[in-house]
Design a protein around this ligand. Structure first.
Ligand code: FAD
Length: 365
């Protein structure tokens, strides 16, 4: 039983089903894929999708790219980073993709592997028995399962039901995303350093891109939907050059979202008996490294590998967390350090840290 059909849940479901497990996913949300914003799939995400046999589908529907262009506060080019191509020298280093498209690709493959996905249900109670976990779902039905995977995101309920504690840390930043038409010059990621904030553009397909903006030194707050686009345009006023162009694109956006930058990292074991948390439920980085999806996908693959290698589920779960801990901690901690450098306007140090962390993430999983 997997709880959560975001990224880690379907990835784990596919890998486990291929390893012979009978898998059911309980997802609290509706069957329609989540809308909102796009994602940047960095090299490690593409590598994990490649292992799942899904990189081509994502590249076909997303937008493959290999460079990050940095633009300084005056709107002048400030260098270009070429990211490692982890799925082959002739294939792109990364891809932008709309979230609903990634979900569609993952769900289709999960279904093809025989995974059952139940929408509109969650886990109400969990009771650890000897080798099994009794799970009560919110629809009143019970299951006795050999493995319970909490892939239910940063605010994971399964984490609490298993008695695993972690804090959610807010870093004084709110991030904005807006879906916009892709301007022809945006064939890679563009990142603009601002006087107070940072902004940029990520292509998602031939026709679509998303604008991102990180608002520094702010309290957590909610902006009414009707005010989102005008507020984002106002924040983009301080960005010259192409920043002005992306501001005009926001006027055409049908979707603007604003989220707090939150991180979480489970300090102790990720499992209790045969129950485990994966993805953001175990380790949620700030979005600056655009790598939370990579960790979530990798978790699914490594979980199935380690369970396949060990006699008991509990031993497999411990080996899984042992293999993942250092990598996930490094990403969460680096993303927090980048957030702090951005707040201090130390953009060049932030870029250097991003580069070194991308090199670390390129190492084998
Ligand atoms: C603004 C923003 C931008 C980001 N941009 C990027 C990016 O460009 N690239 C990147 O790699 N990462 C990015 N990330 C991080 C990335 O989104 C996450 O790391 C990734 O989605 C984690 O996957 P997950 O499956 O663990 O969790 P999620 O994707 O959050 O999925 C959790 C799922 O569980 C479901 N759920 C929640 N509670 C329950 C419950 N009680 N019962 C049943 N189901 C439940 C949810 O509905 C959801 O479907 C970004 C994050 C944010 C906030």
């Amino acid at each position: 039983m997997i709880v959560g059909a975001g990224v880690a849940g379907p990835a784990a479901a596919i890998a486990l089903a291929r390893g012979g497990w009978q898998v059911e996913i309980a997802e609290v949300g509706p069957p329609e894929a989540p809308s909102g914003w796009g994602l940047c799939l960095t090299g490690p995400s593409l590598r994990a999708l490649d292992k799942l046999g899904l990189s081509e589908a994502c590249l076909a529907e997303g937008y493959g790219m290999s460079t990050v262009t940095h633009v300084d506060v005056n709107g002048e080019p400030a260098g270009e980073a070429r990211l490692p191509r982890l799925i082959g020298a002739r294939r792109p280093a990364m891809a932008g993709i709309a979230r609903p498209v990634l979900h569609r690709v993952l769900y289709a493959e999960a279904e093809r592997c025989g995974v059952t996905v139940r929408h509109g249900v969650t886990v109400a109670a969990v009771d650890q028995e000897e080798e099994l976990i009794r799970v009560r779902l919110s629809d009143g039905t019970d299951r006795s399962v050999a493995l319970l995977v909490g892939a239910d995101g940063i605010r994971s309920s399964v984490r609490g039901l298993l008695g695993i504690e972690t804090s959610l840390d807010f870093h004084g930043q709110m991030v904005w995303r807006a879906l916009v038409p892709r301007p022809p010059w945006a064939t890679g990621i563009h990142q603009f350093a601002g006087k107070a904030d940072t902004a940029g553009l990520v292509p998602l397909s031939d026709g679509q891109a998303y604008v991102f903006l990180t608002e520094n030194g702010v309290e957590r707050s909610i902006v009414p939907d009707a005010e989102l686009a005008p507020r984002l345009r106002k924040l983009l006023e301080t960005f010259p050059g192409r920043g002005e162009e992306i501001r005009s694109l926001v006027a055409e956006s049908e979707s603007v979202v604003r989220r707090p930058v939150l991180t979480a990292l489970v300090e102790g074991p990720w499992n209790r008996g045969n129950g485990v948390v994966i993805g953001d439920a175990a380790h949620a980085p700030a979005p600056q490294m655009a790598s939370g999806t990579a960790l979530a996908l990798e978790d699914g693959l490594v979980l199935a590998q380690e369970l396949g290698r060990h006699e008991s589920v509990e031993a497999g779960l411990q080996a899984f967390a042992g293999r993942r801990g250092r990598r996930c901690r490094r990403l969460v901690e680096t993303s927090v350090a980048i957030a702090a450098l951005e707040q201090a306007q130390r953009h060049h140090e932030a870029y250097a840290l991003v580069d070194s962390c991308h090199r670390f993430m390129a190492e084998p999983v």
